[in-house]
Design a binder for this molecule. Sequence first.
Ligand SMILES: Cc1ncc(COP(=O)(O)O)c(C=O)c1O
Length: 370
Amino acid sequence: MEHLPQQYRHLFPTLQTHTMLASCSQSALAEPVSRAIQDYHDSLLYKGTNWKEAIEKTKFARNEFAKLIGAEPDEVAIVPSVSDALVSVASSLTAFGKKHVVYTDMDFPAVPHVWQAHSDYTVSVIPSIDGVLPLEQYETHISDETVLTCVPHVHYRDGYVQDIKAIAEISQRKGSLLFVDAYQSAGHIPIDVKEWGEEMLAAGTRKYLLGIPGVAFLYVRKELADALKPKASAWFGRENGFEGAYAKDARRFQTGTPAFISVYAAAAALSLLNHIGVSHTRDHVKTICADAVQYAAEKGLQLAAAQGGGQPGMVAIRDERASETAALLKKKKVICAPRDNVIRLAPHFYNTKEDMRRAIDEIAAKTIHK
Ligand SMILES: Cc1ncc(COP(=O)(O)O)c(C=O)c1O
């Protein structure tokens, strides 16, 4: 799989000067994505109007995301962020007459934040056990009163990968909908919503999807989308923007004008990812992470990864002063992503084993970790 970086590194100018390992936060910008951003900018600067093109680009981005996750394009809504996706979902659940929601202690804080604001719902938080979420925990906490279960596909802190198909089987058996936060997986782990069976899934574009902030996608399974009436919905959620009827598909979860500049970036980025194929990216990332795990152990570094789940696509190294270390690494042009007491090395298809080893050498050289 070493051929992936050889083939594609030249598209990423930052890689000539920096070791970029922060895809769990912001991936490197590819030239085609940069050109797409420029195109949007130039169309305003030199042509004055670009609404029609922007709407076409929005459709294209939707199609590409649908392709990436095995959905139909009309099952995808374009929203500003993953948080907004969940806000729209939360605004659509009254029809079920159930007021119990479940999420996990591995969800990104935006998930609890949304539910904390919904004081009319009762909430159960599934606790992880020694860094993993055994399926029995879902059996215990989801009940026939549960309207929605929210889970992360991948834990943002250490890369722990959950078996969404198995969780979907449990939640469906108990009569709950399943919302999957795939922000830490989309773009480097293959997703197949039809095979797995979750009802909803969201991902933003600035991490492994190679885009910039401003756009996220929400998948809602077709039959379900048509039955729900989200309150967080406005003219981009209508069949015809100026009339009142909900769009006849997942677009009803949309509100206002999307951040077109981010849509242009997402369209180019998704097109590149679909061209490469996420399964190839996954194989490559797994290979270089496996090498890095071994190398980090040889260097005496402590890993934060839990024993269990699918193979993580990041290497999380324990460090009580993670932010300080990341700042030191940045001075050496090694870009990684600290979070709490771990430094996350999150490679993509453009990274090499040597990139990971270089970061590990730098981390190991910092006496503050010893
Ligand atoms: C797993 C996960 N979910 C959600 C979010 C928040 O996404 P947004 O800012 O698009 O709401 C993040 C951001 O880092 C994340 O890592």
